[in-house]
Design a protein around this ligand. Structure first.
Ligand SMILES: Cc1cc2nc3c(=O)[nH]c(=O)nc-3n(C[C@H](O)[C@H](O)[C@H](O)COP(=O)(O)OP(=O)(O)OC[C@H]3O[C@@H](n4cnc5c(N)ncnc54)[C@H](O)[C@@H]3O)c2cc1C
Length: 387
C-alpha cells in the first residue's frame, strides 16, 4: 500500500489528526493503521472523559478550552449524513481541592487561569462549604471551581472522530505495525502484522502507551511508558447536590456518572507496564475511605465495577510531546505521552499536527514548547500542582 500520510494508532489522538488532515483536503492520501476497531485495550474508552481548564501551563489551558468548545458542538458538527453523534457532553464543572499543602501553588495557578480568561472561583473553606455542602472541608486549605468545565463519553467521541474521518475519505487499515523502516534520513515504510507494507511520505506516531515500542523500531527513543490506573464505578445510597469533577492534591479524582460516580486514585509511582487486572482490595482499602472522607454521604455505597486503563506516562514531565522528530528523522511526527489529558487535548493536538504537516508550522496555538527537542535537551515542561 502507499499513502501520502501514515498515521500509526487510531485512538482519539490519531483519529483527531486524521480528521483535521482530512478537513485540509488530504483525506484520500491518509492511512490510519489501527489493530483493534473495538479499542478494547486502548486508553480512550477507559478514560474518564474529563475536560478542564485548570492547568498551570498556558498551552494546556488553551488546548483544553479548544477541546471544550469542540466537544460542545461535536454532536452536530461531526454528524455523518445528518446522523448526529451524541457524546454525553455534560457541563458540570471541575473542582480542585488543596488538601496536602499545595495551596500557594493552586492559588498561583488560579491567577494564571484567570489571566487566561478561564471562568473560575477561588474558594476558602466557608465558600466551598456554601457551594457544595456535602463536602467535608475540615482539611481543605483552598479550592478552585471552574463551572464551565465538563466531561464526555470518550468512546462515543472516538468512534465519532473515526466515522467522520472515514466519511471524509480517510482509510483505516485493521492491522498492526510490527516494523518501521527508513534510510536514516527519512522514514519510508511500515510493515504490518499481516505482512502488508505501507509506504508513505509523512509518518505520524500516535499509538498512546504503545508508542515507545513502535518508536524504537525506527530508533526514536521516547520517554513514554504504560502506567496502569484503576477506575471504579459506584452507586451511592443517598443523593447529594450535583457535584463537579473533583480532583484533590491527595490524588482522589471522581465525577458523577449516570446514577453513580466513576473515579479512583492514580498511583503515579506505580512501576511501568501493562496490567489489566484490578486489585483485590484497592477500592475498599484506599479509594472508598478517601471518597467517604471527602463526601461523608458516600460512606454508604455499592461498588459496581472496576476497570484498568493505561496512561501514556511521559517520564520527563508528564506532558504531551507534539510535533516533528526534530534533529532525528524529520518526516516523522508524533503526538504521544498525553498522560491523563489525551481526551480533552485530542482536538487541539489533532489540529496542531495537521497544521504542522499541511502548513509547515503552527497556525492557531503555538505548541512548540511541547516539541520533541525538550527530550534530548532534558528540559521538562510540566504542570505545577495537580497534574
Ligand atoms: C483511567 C484513565 C482516566 C483518564 N481520564 C482522562 C480524563 O478525564 N480526561 C482526559 O483528557 N484524559 C484522560 N485519560 C487519558 C486519556 O484516556 C488518554 O490520554 C487518551 O485516550 C490517549 O489517546 P491515544 O489515542 O493517544 O491513545 P489510545 O486511545 O490508547 O490509542 C492508541 C491506539 O494505538 C493502537 N496501537 C497499539 N499498537 C499499535 C501498533 N503496533 N500499530 C498500530 N496501532 C497500534 C492501539 O490499538 C490504540 O487503539 C485517562 C486515562 C485513563 C487510563
Amino acid at each position: 500500500m502507499r499513502s501520502d500520510i501514515l498515521i500509526i494508532g487510531g485512538g482519539i489522538v490519531g483519529s483527531s489528526i486524521a480528521y483535521y488532515l482530512a478537513l485540509r483536503g488530504r483525506s484520500g492520501d491518509i492511512i490510519v493503521v489501527e489493530p483493534d476497531p473495538t479499542y478494547a485495550l486502548a486508553a480512550t474508552p477507559r478514560g474518564n472523559g474529563g475536560i478542564r481548564q485548570l492547568f498551570s501551563l498556558p498551552e494546556n489551558i488553551a488546548m483544553a478550552r479548544y477541546g471544550l468548545s469542540f466537544f460542545r458542538q461535536f454532536e452536530t458538527e461531526m454528524a455523518v449524513d445528518g446522523d448526529p453523534v451524541p457524546i454525553g457532553f455534560r457541563r458540570q464543572g471541575y473542582l480542585f481541592i488543596s488538601d496536602r499543602g499545595g495551596d500557594r501553588q493552586m492559588e498561583q495557578n488560579f491567577r494564571l487561569q484567570i489571566a487566561n480568561e478561564v471562568r473560575a472561583d477561588c474558594l476558602d473553606r466557608e465558600a466551598l462549604h456554601a457551594r457544595f455542602p456535602s463536602l467535608c472541608t475540615d482539611d481543605v486549605a483552598l479550592a478552585v471551581h471552574s463551572p464551565d468545565d465538563a466531561w464526555i463519553d470518550p468512546y462515543a467521541a472516538l468512534q465519532g472522530f473515526r466515522r467522520k474521518a472515514r466519511s471524509l475519505g480517510v482509510r483505516y487499515v485493521t492491522d498492526k505495525v510490527v516494523d518501521w523502516q527508513g534510510d536514516g534520513r527519512l522514514a519510508k515504510r511500515a510493515t504490518l502484522a499481516s505482512g502488508e507494507t505501507v509506504d508513505a511520505d509523512i509518518h505520524v506516531l500516535a499509538a498512546g502507551a504503545w508508542s515507545a515500542d513502535i518508536g524504537a523500531m525506527i530508533g526514536l527513543k521516547l520517554p513514554v511508558e504504560p502506567m496502569a490506573r484503576e477506575t471504579h464505578f459506584f452507586l451511592p445510597a443517598v443523593e447529594t447536590e450535583p457535584l463537579p469533577f473533583i480532583k484533590t492534591e491527595s490524588h482522589l479524582a471522581f465525577r458523577p456518572e449516570g446514577r453513580g460516580f466513576a473515579g479512583g486514585m492514580p498511583d503515579w509511582s506505580v512501576s511501568a507496564g501493562w496490567n489489566f487486572d484490578a486489585s483485590a482490595d484497592g477500592f475498599e482499602k484506599i479509594v472508598w475511605p478517601a471518597v467517604a472522607h471527602r463526601v461523608p454521604a458516600l460512606e454508604t455505597l455499592k461498588l459496581e465495577r472496576t476497570w484498568v486503563g493505561h496512561y501514556a506516562r511521559n517520564t520527563l514531565d508528564l506532558s504531551a510531546i507534539i510535533g516533528a522528530w526534530t534533529g532525528g528523522i524529520e518526516n516523522v511526527y508524533m503526538a504521544v505521552g498525553f498522560s491523563g489529558h489525551g481526551i480533552m487535548h485530542a482536538p487541539a493536538a489533532g489540529r496542531a499536527v495537521a497544521e504542522l504537516i499541511a502548513d509547515g508550522g503552527f497556525q492557531t496555538l503555538d505548541l512548540s514548547r511541547f516539541g520533541w527537542s525538550r527530550v534530548p535537551n532534558a528540559q521538562p515542561y510540566g504542570e505545577q500542582g495537580i497534574v
